[in-house]
Write a protein that binds this ligand. Structure first.
Ligand SMILES: [Zn+2]
Length: 198
């Protein structure tokens, strides 16, 4: 699943498992951070530009889905994030939940362009090679199923924002969030006012 879908889905889970902005941010981060193991792609691109050699995506292939897509990564990331929490127990549980939600979403929907291009989840990496899980029916990363899931969770996140008075924009800036939610609430009010006057 795409990083933005992980972000929105994790924020949704965070907004129902925590009760303050700081903890929501931490639980949301836990659902996005697994993909930090794909940042080797930056080293690959920069290295290839400097050397002039063809990019083989060595670091990306070597570490993506292996460093932070298993239980060792879940424990390290969750414990690190809990250090900054206001309420530690819900944040620990929330982080473990969103981290594993990320793994589940990748297992279901992170296939490459060809039918055999499956991304497995190596749940004990980088400590142990096994178990290795994969699903033969894995959806293509940019397939319609992933797009549909994104539309549903994005819609749910906007709806929740108008109800609760805060949105996923709070992860970046409280000010931006206030403006964004205010606009959403105005739209919602005008839609319902329009229906009521008919
Ligand atoms: Zn991932």
């Amino acid at each position: 699943m795409s990083p933005i879908a992980h972000f929105i889905g994790s924020w949704l889970a965070a907004s129902v498992t925590t009760d303050n902005p700081r903890d929501r941010k931490l639980v949301t981060l836990a659902g996005v951070l697994p993909d930090a193991d794909g940042l080797g792609v930056v080293v690959d691109v920069v290295g290839s530009m400097i050397s002039g050699k063809e990019n083989t995506f060595h670091y990306y292939q070597q570490y993506h889905h292996l460093l932070l897509h298993g239980w060792p990564g879940a424990i390290v990331v969750s414990i690190l994030l809990v250090c900054f929490a206001e309420r530690r127990r819900p944040v620990l549980l929330g982080c473990l939940l969103t981290f594993h939600l990320h793994l589940l979403c990748d297992l279901v929907g992170s296939r490459g362009p060809t039918a055999g291009d499956l991304w497995p989840i190596c749940y004990s990496e980088p400590l142990f090679r096994h178990p290795i899980w994969f699903w033969k029916g894995q959806w293509k990363l940019d397939g319609w199923q992933n797009q549909l899931v994104f539309i549903v969770i994005f819609g749910a996140a906007l709806w929740l924002a108008t109800k609760k008075g805060f949105s996923f924009a709070e992860i970046f800036s409280r000010r931006l969030d206030t403006i964004f939610v205010g606009t959403l609430q105005k739209w919602r009010a005008s839609i319902f006012a329009g229906k009521g006057s008919r």
